[in-house]
Design a protein. Structure first.
Ligand code: GAL
Length: 826
């Protein structure tokens, strides 16, 4: 008896030990998150699992860890997981559990933003379109039909992750979860019902009992049970509404997203680092980069309207998963500096002195240890800040970190990380990379379209969302009888269509009439073309195409897509205008395209008699092209160059690369001024690529590729010339090292050898990577040959930026000496 009691006690004891050593208890107070009894600062980065492939995840997450992150944040994408009501998909790159486990295996925490409204430039903000079509539903407000569905999906996700013990409270990596997204930005649209919905979201989330805190972002009336967090380019001035909420930043935008027609965004490493350092200087404790890796909108996942397929975001890891230097490295050094003072930041007394002119000294003190930030938020004047009798040079728009309040280890404006210049290289596996052998076939405008016989019909014009977003394409078809005596019949008749989204191609009696499409931002347009109608029955068939459904705004979900009408025939007769409104005719609808139904994009390497290899058409609309290719050798990221094409869809071995639209040029308003990191960033500051295709290259993940022959299929909607299409690889072409005196100049060709040093100087250096110039002072030794000896032939090297090593440089007092090198990679 005694022994079995002992045995029992031993078991209970071991179980308790097991639970407490295994599970992380996450709590918080007004100062910080506490994990296992210790207050923490958390540096986190967003990676959205469906925007890369399963094969890419381990490398992306490993690089995130090496970049000094503690956590990975991701949204959960409802419409990807529940494309049809109660039919779920967690396969391939939708394998959420596997993604979170990959994060866990790398020893990182996870932040789970369930939403399930997410925005994210994702199709329809993450909502499945069938949700919009449920009878009696109203989205994102107190509506039981909607709330039941939202609760159902949220519960499903929570249960799935609980089952795998993935919450920190169960020993897993998830330390925080988010419900809704930026609802506070639009709550006023929904009146009192909005407020009730927000409170319901909080209590529904809490009822799921996940054992870690729930957050809401941009919700300044969040109930005390959830933490309100900040999103933006800067969040240092943010204060959460509840005193027990720590100051947390869920989205620090590392660049910006792109739409068709927009420039390439570029946010400097200096400004991004400044925003982060200033946030921690002002008692922030959790910060997440949105995005750390942006990735690719494969398939039809791009939101919009008009979000591009690339979601690179100018993030620290580029679309393909390569380091975006110097951003990645400059932030890594910042993370190291912040981690080194974690304890004093989260436990210390805070003392901030405003020196005027936007200069600040901030001291954190704990148990006799002090750490300091010297901040200069002035956007044009450098400052000399005197602290404890010592002068510190703090450049404009920068923060210095002094872990012991004496020695500066980091300044956000002093970049000691190399710049990597990425280049594209022709496909070395093909003798003639741009000489692909094409086959083609037309998209059949088949009998149902010509005769106007679709799968659905209605006595009115329907919103394109009625088809549950199963395709971009919907044919709107009707017929009209024109009797000789009908007053509308005359020499000139016009077809007029009021359209909202986003592209239309009109056919009359099986003959192509004309097309029109919206430009970004102006999605309502009027199509008007003269038509020759015949007497008797006329068939009007209009192919409407959407390019990503609206993802943001109050009641964004009801923004119309397709052809809301009116659709009219117009006759001008002298001063008189006669209008025949066809809007309430019987309209018949055909969903999608014949070629999509026939799955022409599915890999079929056997020659198919329906595909022709002669008379390859150029600039022919609604045309399918296919070719086989040998994939580029090696490990570098593969991109598909679609120059010469119009707009359409692309597949490699049946895997969708997303929509393409290289004929959509970037608006021509790039500034010629050099990019200045100083002063507030906004989405188009320092942007580039004007006058060029807004996206010419499309990512082909290596996992889409087979060893032998591979197949590329294109559906060209507008008409284009495939003869220049080719595959390329992306790699580091040259690197420019930079180190201020006292730091090491580090160079790495990321796996390749450094073949040549083009420039090296220690002292005052002007210009930028690719165009450096020596300034007024330079070190006495032959710096070029020192660097050559140290670096050429190696994959990486390091040279101290010191007079000891490079000889003295007699520079004026104001000059910050630095070692600057430009090297070529093999
Ligand atoms: C935020 C939103 C994100 C994303 C971002 C812009 O407002 O929460 O999901 O859309 O804007 O990239």
């Amino acid at each position: 008896m005694i022994s079995s009691k002992r045995h029992f006690l031993f078991l209970v004891f071991s179980l308790l030990c097991f639970i407490s050593s295994y599970a992380d208890i996450v709590s918080h107070d007004g100062r910080a998150l506490t994990i296992n009894g210790k207050r923490r600062i958390i540096l986190s980065g967003s990676i959205h699992y469906p925007r890369s492939t399963v094969e890419m995840w381990p490398d992306l997450i490993k690089k995130s860890k090496e970049g000094g992150l503690d956590a990975i944040e991701t949204y959960v994408f409802w419409n990807a997981h529940e494309p049809l009501r109660r039919q779920y998909d967690f396969s391939g790159n939708l394998d959420l559990v596997r993604f979170i486990k990959t994060v866990q295996n790398e020893g990182l925490y996870a932040v789970l933003r369930i939403g399930p409204y997410v925005c994210a430039e994702w199709n329809y903000g993450g909502f499945p379109v069938w949700l919009h079509n449920l009878p009696g539903v109203e989205l994102r407000t107190s509506n039981t039909v909607y709330m039941n569905e939202m609760q159902n999906f949220t519960t499903l996700i929570v249960d799935m992750l609980k089952k795998e013990n993935l919450f920190a409270s169960q020993g897993g990596p998830i330390i925080l979860a988010q419900i809704e997204n930026e609802y506070g930005n639009v709550i006023s649209t929904y009146g009192d019902a909005g407020k009730a919905y927000m409170n319901w979201c909080a209590s529904m989330a809490n009822s799921l009992d996940i054992g870690v805190p729930w957050i809401m972002c941009q919700q300044d009336d969040a109930p005390p049970s959830v933490i309100n967090t900040c999103n933006g380019f800067y969040c240092d001035q943010f204060t959460p509404n509840n005193p027990n909420s720590p100051k947390m930043w869920t989205e620090n935008w590392t660049g910006w997203f792109k739409n068709w027609g927009s420039k390439h965004p570029f946010r400097t490493a200096e400004d991004l680092a400044f925003s982060v350092a200033r946030f921690f200087q002002n008692m922030g404790t959790f910060q997440n980069y949105y995005m750390y890796h942006g990735g690719t909108n494969f398939g039809r996942t791009a939101g919009g309207p008009y979000i591009t397929t690339s979601y690179d975001y100018n993030a620290p890891l580029n679309e393909y998963g390569d380091l975006n230097q110097p951003k990645y490295g400059h932030l890594k050094k910042l993370h190291d500096a912040l981690h080194s003072i974690e304890k004093v930041l989260t436990y210390g007394d805070y003392n901030n002195t405003d020196l005027g002119s936007y200069n600040y000294i901030t001291e954190f003190k704990h148990n006799g240890v002090s750490s300091c930030f010297l901040g200069n938020a002035n956007s044009s004047s450098d400052a000399t800040i005197n602290y404890n009798g010592v002068d510190y040079h703090v450049p404009a728009w920068s923060v210095s970190i002094l872990p012991d309040c004496k020695t500066e280890v980091y300044n956000t404006a002093k970049v000691n990380t190399q710049t990597s210049v990425m280049v594209k290289k022709a496909n070395d596996a093909e003798v003639e990379p741009t000489g692909l052998n094409w086959k083609w076939r037309p998209e059949i405008i088949d009998e149902p379209v010509v005769l106007g016989k679709g799968q659905l019909s209605s006595g009115q014009l329907v919103d394109q969302k009625a088809i549950n977003d199963v395709s971009d394409y919907l044919w709107y078809m009707t017929s009209v009888n024109l009797d000789k005596k009908d007053p509308i019949v005359g020499d000139t008749m016009t077809l007029r269509v009021n359209a909202t989204g986003h592209i239309m191609h009109a056919y009359v009696n099986g003959e192509y009439l004309a097309s029109q499409w919206a430009t970004y931002g102006v999605f309502n347009y009027v199509f008007e073309k003269d038509v020759k109608f015949k007497h008797g029955k006329n068939q009007i068939s209009i192919l409407s195409a959407t390019v990503g459904l609206q993802n943001y705004g109050g009641e964004y979900d009801s923004v119309r897509a397709g052809l809301p009408g009116p659709i009219e025939i117009i006759r001008k007769k002298g001063d008189e205008t006669i209008i025949k409104d066809l809007s309430s005719h019987k309209w018949s609808y055909k969903i999608g395209l014949k070629g999509l139904d026939d799955k022409l994009f599915k890999a079929d390497l056997k020659s198919d008699s329906q595909w022709k290899s002669t008379d390859l058409p150029v600039n022919r609309m609604l045309t399918w092209y296919k070719t086989t290719f040998k994939p580029p050798i090696g490990e570098d990221a593969i991109v598909l160059d679609l120059q010469g094409l119009g707009k359409g869809l692309a597949w490699v071995n049946g895997n969708s690369l997303g929509r393409y639209w290289p004929s959509y040029m970037t608006e021509d308003t790039c500034s010629n001024d050099p990019c200045d990191y100083r002063g507030g960033y906004w989405s188009w500051k320092c942007a580039t690529n004007c006058g060029k295709p807004s996206q010419r290259w499309y990512h082909v993940p290596r996992s889409f590729i087979n060893e032998g022959d591979n197949e590329l299929v294109l559906f060209e909607e507008f008409g284009g010339d495939p003869s220049l299409v080719n595959f390329q690889t992306v790699r580091v072409g040259s690197v420019c090292g930079n180190a201020y005196e006292g730091n090491d100049m580090e160079l790495s060709c990321q796996g390749r050898a450094i073949s040549e040093i083009k420039f090296a100087s220690f002292g005052e250096v002007g210009g930028a990577c690719g165009s450096f110039e020596k300034g007024s002072c330079e070190a006495s030794k032959d710096v070029l040959s020192i660097v050559q000896k140290e670096c050429v032939g190696k994959q990486s090297c390091s040279v101290p930026a010191s007079e000891d090593r490079l000889g003295s440089a007699s520079c004026d007092a104001g000059v910050s000496k630095r070692l600057v090198v430009e090297a070529v990679c093999n």
